[in-house]
Design a protein around this ligand. Structure first.
Ligand code: PLP
Length: 390
């Protein structure tokens, strides 16, 4: 029989379906809280001015597009280190990285590396999590152990569950952590909880795999990373999958890096050799343009300032939308202490559907909403539509 006859149908991407439904909805007052990208008051996802300026410089100065190498643009990787890990770690040899196609590429490369180090190794994943985490880790061959991370009804982290997972994980297991702006719940660990996670990882020899896709969109560039930076002081080894696609709004340019912390020099070199070797068969080389733009921005004080100001404007817009919703409907108070673009409301799929049919409000069936999809003028409309449920 034809080879492709053996392929099974795959479920369609529900968020893409939601985009289509929203596009086809003729209502002019419809609200799109589905897609996971930042949007401004006008509902656009603009190119940042700092990015535009760096692109102009690049266009005028680039003289070759010859191959860069499997690890990508090391100037980009090194320029990110003080931003992500703090000034104190500039030049720290225990910390290095390779450029990857986005945070997704970084996670996939991490998963391949972990599976090469220990085939079928176990990763502890708190749920709910970014939907792509499961297939991404499993397709690489890793084993997933799930535990409940978030209680939709209390809208808070089930820290007892996190602790129990860490206490029952045997040494050498991997623990997946969201550094900030948890997707899809916005519920991050508190600094005290991070400290406890750090001690448990250290005591029990667990390897943190940290997903950092929203630096600067929660409490700010420094604050968003500070618990992770503390954790890294307590563990000898860790992997950090970083995305520049949200905080530089470079989405389609696929910019990211996989950083690794490893104090032992020989082991670190071997780790790097394996990352490069794996990347060679996955994508050979990461796409250059967006990473070159990020490198240019971060190596020019004025551009770097412009970028962090623009990022701060985005962050403050999301904050003020959260605050305005709570002011309009105090029953939504939990939105104030959650971070980033997303929160997950305790709504049933039927309730989500009825918000869509009755009010033209689009959100994922899970109840996840992207706050940035909202214009300030729509706050009272959303608050009123949610009133019966909270
Ligand atoms: N990690 C999380 C939690 C995400 O939400 C996303 C994107 O939505 C990513 C990683 C990967 O993003 P990208 O591959 O676009 O950099």
């Amino acid at each position: 029989s034809p080879l492709f006859a053996a392929l099974k149908d795959q479920p369609s991407d529900s968020l893409l379906e939601l985009i289509q439904l929203h596009g086809a909805d003729p209502r002019t007052d419809k609200i799109d809280l589905g897609v996971g990208v930042y949007k401004d008051e006008q509902g656009h996802t603009p190119v940042m001015t700092a990015v535009k300026q760096a692109e102009t410089i690049l266009l005028n100065s680039q003289t070759s597009k010859s191959y860069l190498g499997t690890a990508g643009d090391m100037g980009f990787v090194e320029a990110l280190i003080p931003v992500v890990f703090g000034e104190a770690r500039r030049g720290d040899t225990a910390l290095s990285g390779v450029q990857t196609p986005g945070g997704t590429g970084a996670l996939r490369l991490a998963a391949e590396l972990l599976n090469r180090a220990r085939p079928g190794a176990t990763v502890w994943v708190g749920t709910p999590t970014w939907i792509n985490h499961f297939p991404l880790l499993e397709d690489a061959g890793l084993t997933i152990r799930e535990y409940r991370y978030f209680d939709r009804n209390t809208q808070s982290v089930i820290f007892a569950g996190v602790r129990k997972a860490l206490e029952s994980a045997p040494p050498g297991d991997i623990i997946l952590l969201h550094a900030c702006c948890h997707n899809p719940t916005g519920a991050d660990l508190s600094p005290e909880q991070w400290r406890e996670v750090a001690s448990l990882c250290a005591e029990r020899s667990l390897l943190p795999l940290i997903d950092l896709a929203y630096q600067g969109l929660g409490q700010g560039l420094e604050a968003d990373c500070s618990p992770m930076r503390d954790l890294l002081k307590h563990v000898p080894e860790a992997l950090i999958a970083y995305s520049c696609n949200k905080n530089f709004a470079l989405y389609r340019d696929r910019v990211g890096a996989l950083f690794y912390q490893c104090g032992d020099e020989a082991r670190r070199e071997r780790l790097r050799g394996n990352l490069v070797n794996l990347a060679r068969t996955l994508w050979s080389m990461p796409p250059d343009h967006g990473a070159a733009v990020v490198r240019l921005i971060l190596s020019d004080a004025a551009l770097a300032r412009m970028w962090s100001d623009e990022l701060d404007t985005m962050r403050r817009r999301v904050h003020s939308l959260r605050a305005a919703l709570v002011a309009a409907h105090p029953g939504l108070g939990f939105l104030r202490w959650q971070n980033g673009l997303f929160s997950t409301l305790p709504l049933s799929p039927e309730e989500v559907l009825s918000l869509r049919t009755q009010h033209g409000i689009y959100m994922a069936a899970s109840g996840r909403l992207n706050l940035a999809g909202l214009a300030t003028a729509q706050v009272p409309v959303l608050a009123a539509a949610l009133e019966p449920y909270f």
